[in-house]
Design a protein around this ligand. Structure first.
Ligand code: 4NP
Length: 160
């Protein structure tokens, strides 16, 4: 199994949306039996809560349903158990780096999967409006498509 973990601050906006969107690509490519995808937050603010309603609505426009997800906080164990750990911005990345030094090679920010990346991170839409959530989803669509392709290539190269 290839194990992918998305990480943001609250685990109610960006990372659950990224999880739902990459799972949609995984399913469409017939790879569901090869992947475990999860998401987590660096903060403990929203543990146990469903995603933000605005994220649920923005994802549902693509027929991606994230409403069953529940927020959790990232743990040290996650760093050893997941193969690809994908923070949403530099602050999340710094937090993960500070959690442990052994697994930094597994950590790659989502924007670094974009081929022509000019962004420092996926902008946090929490204090924004519905349009900001639609923009987030459009960005996640492109970035998650590229991330899945690169992860697939990575495992092909490792197997050969
Ligand atoms: P997320 O967005 O990290 O994409 O889930 C946020 C959610 C909650 C808060 C900040 C960002 N908050 O401050 O509660």
């Amino acid at each position: 199994m290839k194990k992918v973990l998305f990480v943001c601050l609250g685990n109610i906006c960006r990372s659950p949306s990224a999880q739902g969107i990459i799972e949609w690509f995984i399913e469409r490519r017939g790879l569901s039996n090869q992947y475990i995808v999860d998401s987590a937050g660096t903060a403990d603010y929203h543990i146990g809560k469903p995603p933000d309603t605005r994220a649920i609505n923005a994802c549902s426009k693509l027929e991606v349903d994230i409403s069953d997800q529940r927020a959790r906080q990232v743990t040290i164990l996650d760093l050893s158990q997941f193969d690809h750990i994908i923070p949403m911005d530099g602050r999340n990345h710094d937090f993960l780096n500070q959690m442990g030094t052994n697994n930094q090679h597994k950590i790659k920010p989502l924007v670094n999967y974009l081929p022509y990346n000019q962004l420092l991170g996926i902008p946090d839409p929490f204090h924004g409006n519905e349009d900001d959530f639609d923009t987030m989803v459009q960005l996640l669509l492109v970035a998650c498509r590229h991330a899945l392709s690169e992860i697939e290539n990575h495992h092909v190269l490792q197997a050969s």
